[in-house]
Write a protein that binds this ligand. Structure first.
Ligand SMILES: CC(=O)N[C@H]1[C@@H](OP(=O)(O)OP(=O)(O)OC[C@H]2O[C@@H](n3ccc(=O)[nH]c3=O)[C@H](O)[C@@H]2O)O[C@H](CO)[C@@H](O)[C@@H]1O
Ligand SMILES: C=C(OP(=O)(O)O)C(=O)O
Length: 430
């Protein structure tokens, strides 16, 4: 199994290109199931989750082709991919494929809306909480789906071949359930109003895609989304937004090691709260035409309390990385996780690097130390893994991060991007 070896202590300086967002690319790819035309997606990141979803979509009959391979379309880089679901050959998403990735469950929305039926295994994904699917099921039932859960599968069908628009108030904000209901409602008969919907930028990117495909959607990016269902959707060409979590992660790495890095192609509006918090810690953040410049010189890291919450608040997907940063702050900070009940698995691994963190329910109290020391550590999930990488970059000596496959789910060319800015980091195969 591959490992990442880091020798910490170097400041980061240079440019890091920000890739297309994993969490936007996945729902856009799934939207290809809604049409028999070609959906062309630009800036699709080269990640294990994207490859896995290509396999899952392929199982339903979706063909794909990568546009050219010259220059930026090289292996390993974000690229333009055409998806064509002309013939859906299978409406079952099997356990072997779906269990590897949470978002693959989302095929249930488009399959049901276009084909009138779907049989989808209950999902897997990062081990960060129980992650039920009750809101997806309740919302689809409100749109007229008949559902049965048996043997680990959700069996769904429409009553008369088509879903029916309706009003659904999410009892809790869910990104995935908002994606699924927005896709399903796009082909339903009549109007759907989704209230207390997720407002994340990835929802807006999916709505832009659906609108380009001919859907009638208003209000995406606010908590009320109105969708007037249409008979059929067409092909379109849409660009995946830059990855705000990758952006925040590298910004926190620079805040931790010190240095001066341009995050090229990053958009500040996608993570303003996290950037504001970084400014409070003492980092200098400058939006430019090229992206976001992050700098920290001289002075230490100030402790700042954060609480994760749905967009536009501080994202849960940056909580582990921020804890890494706070572990070297000059004083105590409190980090409260409100989205997932089990997202503190990085605490004991950060402690192996010398961090002082205690847990009190859903709050971590981080007592900053002057220095961290390298050690072998084990990643438990995607964002936890990268928090160990950035802590390793700031630690004295050598850190090895095991279970690199978690990182490969969500960070494109991580070692290359960081070593290009002066970090000593390499992948050890086998
Ligand atoms: C592929 C992708 O985009 N993943 C992101 C997505 O995950 P995902 O879409 O799975 O996260 P949700 O927004 O659905 O989850 C939020 C909370 O709602 C709960 N819930 C959700 C659905 C449901 O039917 N019932 C229920 O109780 C979840 O357990 C969690 O506690 O949003 C999360 C929250 O920003 C991010 O951390 C993930 O990186
Ligand atoms: C939790 C994440 O992914 P997933 O929802 O696919 O598990 C993530 O991207 O941080």
């Amino acid at each position: 199994m591959d490992r990442i070896r880091i020798v910490g202590g170097n400041e980061l300086a240079g440019t890091i290109p920000i890739s297309g967002a994993k969490n936007a690319a996945l729902p856009l790819m799934i939207a290809s199931l809604l049409t028999d035309d070609t959906l062309t997606l630009e800036n699709v990141p080269h990640l294990a989750d994207v490859e896995q979803l290509i396999r899952i979509l392929g199982n339903h009959g979706v063909d794909y082709s990568v546009n050219g391979r010259r220059e930026k379309q090289q292996e390993g880089y974000s690229r333009t991919i055409n998806f064509s679901a002309r013939n859906i050959v299978d409406t079952t998403a099997p356990y072997e494929l779906v269990s590897k990735m949470r978002a693959s469950f989302w095929v249930i929305g488009p399959l049901l809306a276009r084909m009138g039926e779907a049989k989808v295994s209950l999902p897997g994904g990062c081990a960060i909480g129980t992650r039920p699917v009750d809101l997806f099921l309740e919302g689809l039932q409100v749109l007229g789906a008949e559902l049965d859960v048996d043997n680990g599968y959700v069996m769904a069908k429409t009553k008369n071949g088509r879903l029916i628009g309706n009003r659904y108030v999410f009892p809790k904000v869910s990104v995935g359930a908002t994606h699924v209901l927005m896709m399903a409602a796009s082909l339903a008969k009549g109007e759907t109003v989704l209230e207390n919907a997720a407002c994340e930028p990835e929802i807006v990117n999916l709505a832009e895609c659906l609108i380009a495909m001919g859907a009638k959607i208003h209000g995406a990016g606010t908590s009320t989304i109105t969708i007037h269902g249409v008979e059929a959707l067409s092909g379109a060409r849409v660009r995946v937004i830059p990855d705000r979590i990758e952006t925040g992660t590298y910004a926190m790495a620079v805040a931790m090691t010190g240095g001066d890095v341009m995050l090229a192609g990053a958009r500040p509006d996608l993570l303003q709260t996290a950037l504001d918090v970084l400014v409070e810690t003492g980092a200098e953040i400058t939006p430019t035409n090229e992206g976001i410049r992050v700098k920290r010189n001289g002075a230490g890291i100030a402790p700042v309390d954060v609480t994760t919450a749905p967009f536009p608040a501080f994202p849960t997907d940056l909580q582990a990385q921020f804890m890494g940063l706070m572990s070297m702050a000059k004083g105590k900070s409190r980090i409260t996780e409100t989205i997932f009940e089990n997202r503190f698995m990085h605490v004991q691994e950060l402690a192996r690097l010398g961090a002082h963190i205690t847990l009190s329910g859903q709050t971590a109290i981080v007592d900053g130390v002057a220095k961290l020391k390298g050690a072998p550590v084990m990643a438990t999930d995607l964002r936890a893994s990268v928090s160990l990488v950035i802590a390793g970059l700031a630690a004295e000596g050598e850190t090895t991060v095991n279970r690199v496959y978690h990182l490969d789910r969500g960070f494109e060319r991580l070692e290359e991007k960081l070593s290009g800015c002066g970090a000593v980091i390499e992948r050890i195969s086998g």
